[in-house]
Design a protein around this ligand. Structure first.
Ligand code: UDP
Length: 462
C-alpha cells in the first residue's frame, strides 16, 4: 500500500514489556497498512531495545522516539508500587504534550506532524492532550476485555458495598457470575506505599478513555463475547484484533521483528525432543519468585521426569542468588535447558512443546491458546488471577496452581497436563483463534475497518 505523508500515528504504550509487545505488533500492522508510525517509549525502555539501528532499517516507516518517565536511572520501576504510574502522570504528561507540539509545529527534526494518537488504556492524559491539540485519539487495551470491563464495573461494586475482603465473591458482573473475587480486581487496590494514593484515581484514568474514538483489543469475539458486548456500550466503537500476533503473521511474510534480545539456542534443543514432550516454563516479564518457590518448581519439574525449558530472568528472584547459582550449575544435565529470555512464541509453536507452566499474563495466555498448548497457571498479580479462572474453569484449557504449592503438586500437575487429555479442547480453541485472525476472520476484518476509520478521521481533521 502506498505510504501517506499525512497519516502519521503515534503509539504510546504503558512502560511495561507486557504492554509494549502488543503495541509493537499493532505498530507493525499499521505500517503494513501504509501508515507512518512513531513508537513512543519511555527512555528506560527505549534504551533496552535490542539493535535499534537494525530494527529501524528493517521497518523504514516506523520511527522510535522516547520520553522521560520522571524517575532517576537507578529506580527499580516496579510496575505495582504506584511510583512509576504517578511519575508518568505528573512528569511525562507535560513532556508528552511538548513532544506532540514539537512534531506538529515542525520543530521535531523534520518528522511529519502527528495526525492520530493511539494510547494505552492506563492513562487519560494522552486523551486530554490530543483533544486539546485537535488530534484524533484511539485507545488500545492490552488486557483482556473481561479485565478492562471489570475496571468499568468497579464504581458499581463500590456502590453495592461489595468490596470488603480479598476472597469475597462478587455478584452481578455481567458474564462473570460466580467467577470473580475481590482479589481478581486490578492490583492497585492493594497499593499502600504512595502518599495520598486513592485507587479511584486509577479507575478514573481508564474510565476517561471511553471518550476516545474507539477501543482496540487483543482478543477475539467468541472468546470474550459478553465482555465485548458490554464494552461496545461504553466505547464509541470497538475493534477486537486478537490474537494480534497471529493477525500480524497473516499480514507480514517475514518473521516477526523483536524488540528484545532472545536466546535462540533452545530451539535446536527443542528440535531434538519428541513431539509434545517438553514443558515450557516462563513467568513473564515482571513476576518475581522467592527462592523457596523456585526450588519447589525446580524439584517438581525434575521429579516429573519430563524434559523442560525454563526461562530464568536475571531479576526473577527477590533474594537468594545461591538458589539460581545452584540451578544454573545443573544447566547442562541434558533433560532441561535454561535461558534468560526465550523466543516465547516460537517455543510455544514448536512441535516438541506439550505444556506451559505460566503466570498467565494476557499475552502469554493468548499465545499459548493460539498455539494449542495447555497451561498450568500460577497467577500472581493484576489480571493474571482472573485469566487463570477463565483458563481452568471457562475455556478448560489448563489447570490452576494455588499458592503454597510444593514440589509434589507440581510433579502431579506436570504429568497431568502432559497426558494430552485436554488436547481436543485446546486444539479446537486454537483453531477458532486461527480462523479469527485469518483472511475474512473477524479480527482480520476489524483491522481493515480500523484502518478505514483512522484514515477517515484523519482526513476530516486536516
Ligand atoms: N516473553 C518472551 N520471552 C520470554 C518471556 C516472555 O518473549 O522469555 C514475552 C511473551 O511472549 C509475552 C510477554 O513477554 O508476549 C509477556 O507478557 P505477559 O502479558 O504474558 O506477561 P507480563 O510480562 O505482562 O507479566
Amino acid at each position: 500500500m502506498e505510504l501517506s505523508h499525512t497519516h502519521h500515528v503515534l503509539l504510546f504504550p504503558f512502560p511495561a514489556k507486557g504492554h509494549i509487545k502488543p503495541f509493537f505488533s499493532l505498530a507493525q500492522l499499521l505500517c503494513n497498512a501504509g501508515l507512518r508510525v512513531t513508537f513512543l517509549n519511555t527512555d528506560h525502555h527505549h534504551r533496552r531495545i535490542h539493535d535499534l539501528n537494525r530494527l529501524a532499517a528493517q521497518l523504514p516507516t516506523l520511527h522510535f522516539d522516547s520520553v522521560s518517565d520522571g524517575l532517576p536511572p537507578d529506580e527499580p520501576r516496579n510496575v505495582f508500587d504506584g511510583k512509576l504510574y504517578e511519575s508518568i502522570r505528573q512528569v511525562t504528561s507535560s513532556l508528552f504534550r511538548e513532544l506532540l507540539v514539537s512534531y506538529n509545529n515542525g520543530t521535531s527534526s523534520g518528522r511529519p506532524p502527528i495526525t492520530c494518537v493511539i494510547t494505552d488504556v492506563m492513562f487519560r492524559f494522552p486523551i486530554d492532550i490530543a483533544e486539546e491539540l485537535g488530534i484524533p485519539v484511539f485507545t488500545f487495551s492490552t488486557f483482556s476485555a473481561r479485565f478492562l470491563f471489570l475496571i468499568f464495573w468497579i464504581p458499581k461494586l463500590l456502590e453495592d458495598g461489595q468490596l470488603r475482603y480479598p476472597e469475597q465473591e462478587l455478584h452481578g458482573v455481567p458474564g462473570a457470575e460466580g467467577l470473580i473475587r475481590w482479589k481478581d480486581l486490578p492490583g492497585f487496590w492493594s497499593v499502600e506505599d504512595v502518599a495520598d494514593w486513592d485507587p479511584m484515581n486509577f479507575v478514573n484514568q481508564t474510565l476517561a478513555t471511553s471518550r476516545s474514538s474507539g477501543l482496540i483489543l487483543n482478543t477475539f469475539d467468541e472468546l470474550e463475547a459478553p465482555f465485548l458486548t458490554s464494552l461496545s456500550k461504553i466505547y464509541k466503537k470497538i475493534y477486537s484484533l486478537g490474537p494480534i500476533n497471529s493477525l500480524l503473521k497473516n499480514f507480514q511474510s517475514q518473521p516477526q521483528y523483536n524488540l528484545w534480545k532472545e536466546d535462540h539456542s533452545c530451539m535446536a534443543w527443542l528440535d531434538s525432543q519428541p513431539r509434545k514432550s517438553v514443558v515450557f516454563v516462563s513467568f513473564g516479564s515482571v513476576v518475581k519468585l522467592t527462592s523457596r518457590q523456585l526450588m519447589e518448581f525446580w524439584n517438581g519439574l525434575v521429579n516429573s521426569g519430563m524434559p523442560f525449558l525454563l526461562v530464568l530472568r536475571s531479576d526473577v528472584i527477590e533474594a537468594g542468588e545461591e538458589v539460581v547459582r545452584e540451578i544454573m550449575e545443573r544447566k547442562a544435565e541434558g533433560r532441561w535447558v535454561i535461558v534468560s529470555w526465550a523466543p516465547q512464541e516460537e517455543v510455544l509453536a514448536h512441535d516438541a512443546v506439550g505444556g506451559f507452566l505460566t503466570h498467565s499474563g494476557w499475552n502469554s495466555t493468548l499465545e499459548s491458546l493460539a498455539a494449542g498448548v495447555p497451561m498450568i497457571s500460577w497467577p500472581q498479580i493484576g489480571d493474571q488471577t482472573s485469566n487463570s479462572t477463565w483458563i481452568s474453569k471457562v475455556w478448560r484449557i489448563g489447570l490452576q496452581l494455588e499458592d503454597g504449592f510444593d514440589s509434589s503438586t507440581i510433579e502431579t500437575m506436570v504429568r497431568s497436563i502432559m497426558d494430552q487429555t485436554m488436547e481436543k479442547t485446546v486444539a479446537e480453541l486454537a483453531e477458532r483463534a486461527k480462523n479469527r485472525a485469518s483472511k475474512n476472520g473477524t479480527s482480520y476484518r476489524n483491522f481493515q475497518t480500523l484502518i478505514q476509520d483512522i484514515t477517515n478521521i484523519i482526513e476530516t481533521h486536516i
